[in-house]
Write a protein that binds this ligand. Structure first.
Ligand code: SF4
Length: 220
């Protein structure tokens, strides 16, 4: 028997506020999974989180923060010592280089403080736009962009909120669809949904609260 065609979905602009509202209701606890107490700690944790799980980063950071509690201490870190501490997060040589370089730049150019603008953060060694967005949105409550990780990119494409693959273009599309005040939260919501329901390669469309809004929904 032929399956009935799905009714045509509304535009991304019309669906976006409904998607946001439903995800807010579904995941009221959505926040970054990285443990941190200040902007410096979040910056360190975010650099360590590249190609690594948040769970693994949270195992490593307590000792890193104890040994190097501020940018001045990290700037003086011996690279082999730091490398040993962060080895299990992967790419540890590059990460150690970034952490020490980042801390030295904070001491030299910012009085040992973490700046709160995209331009200044982005200029630090090892700090790209994504890391800067994480720190601005979660440590300072400043929304200048949307963090696009693999979950955010994948869900944005499945939900047809973007037609792009490039994270910068995906970010631009999301910024045009959602209110600025929600940009940091939006990332967390999409990441929660990507981990719990819209799982890569085996999305659970049958229990998804966005199924009626999703052009990719696979429902019998
Ligand atoms: S309907 Fe399916 S593909 Fe669409 S967001 Fe939900 S789980 Fe993902």
């Amino acid at each position: 028997m032929k399956r009935a065609a799905r009714p045509k979905l509304a535009s991304a602009k019309e669906r976006a506020p409904v998607i946001l509202a439903r995800l807010k209701t579904e995941y009221p606890e959505a926040r970054t999974a990285l443990n941190f107490e200040n902007a410096y700690q979040l910056l360190v944790a975010t650099i360590l989180s590249a190609q690594c799980t948040d769970v693994r980063v949270n195992i490593v950071t307590p000792e890193v923060f104890r040994r190097f509690p501020n940018p001045a201490a990290m700037a003086r870190a011996k690279k082999p010592v730091l490398e040993r501490l962060i080895q299990s997060t992967g790419f540890f040589r590059n990460k150690a280089k970034s952490l020490i370089g980042m801390a030295q730049a904070l001491v030299a150019d910012h009085g040992g403080e973490v700046p709160n603008t995209m331009e200044e953060l982005n200029a630090l060694p090892g700090v790209g736009r994504k890391t800067a967005n994480v720190v601005l949105g979660n440590a300072y409550g400043i929304n200048v962009g949307v963090v696009v990780d693999t979950h955010v990119a994948r869900l944005s494409q499945l939900l047809r909120l973007t037609r792009h693959d490039d994270p910068v273009k995906i970010e631009r599309d999301l910024m045009s669809l959602f209110p600025q005040v929600d940009w940091a939260l939006l990332s967390h919501l999409l990441i929660f949904h990507g981990r719990q329901v819209c799982i890569a390669r085996r999305p659970r469309c049958e229990i998804c609260v966005l199924a009626d809004l999703c052009p990719s929904a696979r429902i019998p």
